[in-house]
Design a protein around this ligand. Structure first.
Ligand code: C5P
Length: 401
């Protein structure tokens, strides 16, 4: 339990500031005391009064308030907490943190503290992807600042992409995990996760691939790491950033993915979320295939790729205690997945409906049916991050039951 712990919440100026109110509520529900600092820009989005009502504490806004200094100096304020959470962490706040500016209360606190800091960035997609912000995040990560999010999705400004603040529930989960080592129930467990598509070469410039985004596999690797597991993620090419605290092996082909997984064994948990190509071109051309003007079309002869899930499920000795596969189905989801569980020899299958109407492939939401030896469990429609968190919780239950 994190109860009895204290968080200093710095609320920056962004449309996501309203979610900070929900975050306060969720943290307090876990017994965590929250003291809030609101930046000048933050005050444009939420009022000190609403934060004060939810924290049941004074809200700090001014650097040069004599009464504040009489009650509690900013140095003391910065050290009064077990964790500082910056949510939303705006581009401006991140830049100030990186540069060590101290022109207002929030930035001064962040400079004066030796307390761990967790930041939940929120900003317009272009601001997030700008080299300046990316460089700031990289430097801050190297300095030990933890980050959660941002998520990808529709933004208040009408654009789409990464920049949306992580959901309050996910931030609360990350806060609890940081505050309480016992909230790392998978500490001591090793996990290997596959993610993304594979690229199967035709010749030096062409390849066969699929539309897997890697979102689900990456979220699972991050959730297992947050729960304390030592995670190796073996991933095909994706646009997803490497999850923090995870060892990432970047590969292209199915054979490389299998080798990457085997190198990560022994492990207690293996989760195969990658969309591995079933077939590859039997003989990869060493030179680029050319049109020779004859009108002849090259015939690609295919051969089967190794089935990584089946191979690892069938290992003697080195088989992980819990092997989990995915079944992407477009009809009769549960019966097909149940049959797949038996055929692959794995312990659990997470089955999802990927018929085009569901938008699962490449989208953010996923409706899962968990097939275990005890039957099927229907999960509600969740974001891929929520699926990952729920799966990490189910795995914890499995190992502690
Ligand atoms: O057979 P199918 O591709 O539908 O099975 C899906 C499951 O098997 C997923 O967990 C996927 O990661 C895994 N798989 C694999 N290696 C393959 C094909 C699928 O690990 N060559």
């Amino acid at each position: 339990m994190s109860s009895g712990k204290r968080v200093l919440l710095i609320v920056g100026g962004g449309i996501a500031a309203y979610k900070a109110l929900e975050l306060v509520r969720l943290l307090r529900k876990r017994g965590i005391a929250v003291r809030a600092v609101l930046t000048k820009a933050g005050e444009e989005f939420v009022t000190p009064l609403s934060l004060s009502a939810l924290t049941e504490d004074k809200v700090y806004t001014d650097l040069f308030s004599l009464t504040d200094e009489a009650e509690m100096g900013h140095i003391q304020l910065s050290r009064s907490a077990d964790l500082i959470v910056v949510a939303p962490a705006t581009a401006d706040l991140l830049a100030k943190m990186r540069a060590g500016l101290a022109g207002d209360l929030a930035s001064t606190l962040l400079l004066a503290t030796d307390t761990p800091v967790l930041a939940a960035p929120a900003m317009n997609v272009r601001m997030w992807t700008h080299a300046a912000t990316q460089e700031n995040v990289k430097v801050l990560t190297e300095r030990g600042i933890s980050f959660i999010g941002p998520d990808e999705g529709d933004m208040a400004c009408g654009e789409f992409g990464p920049g949306r603040m992580a959901e309050p529930a996910a931030i609360a989960e990350a806060v609890a995990a940081q505050l309480d080592p016992a909230a790392k129930p998978l500490a001591g467990k090793r996990a290997v996760v596959t993610s993304g598509p594979t690229y199967e070469p035709i010749d030096p410039v062409r390849y066969i691939a699929n539309r897997s985004s890697g979102k689900q596999g990456h979220a699972i690797a991050a959730a297992l790491a947050a729960a304390g597991a030592e995670v190796t993620l073996v991933t095909g090419p994706t646009r997803e950033p490497d999850p923090a605290g995870v060892t990432v092996r970047h590969i292209e082909t199915a054979r490389q993915m299998l080798a990457g997984v085997e190198a990560a064994l022994p492990a207690d948990i293996a989760i195969f979320a990658a969309a591995v190509a079933d077939w590859r071109v039997a003989e990869e051309a060493t030179q680029k295939l050319k049109k020779d003007g004859s009108g002849d079309i090259p015939a690609l002869s295919m051969t089967e790729n190794p089935d990584i899930l089946k191979t690892v499920s069938g290992l003697d000795g080195k088989r992980p205690a819990l092997v989990i596969g995915f079944a992407a189905e477009t009809e009769n989801v549960v019966p097909h997945a149940t049959e797949k569980r038996a055929r692959k020899g794995c312990d659990w299958i997470l089955a999802n409906d990927v018929s085009p109407a569901t938008g699962t492939f490449g989208g953010d939401a996923n409706t899962i049916h968990l097939i275990t030896g005890d039957g099927a469990e229907d999960w509600p429609t969740l974001t891929k991050h929520e699926v990952a968190a729920k799966l990490a919780a189910r795995i914890t239950e499995h190992f502690t039951a």
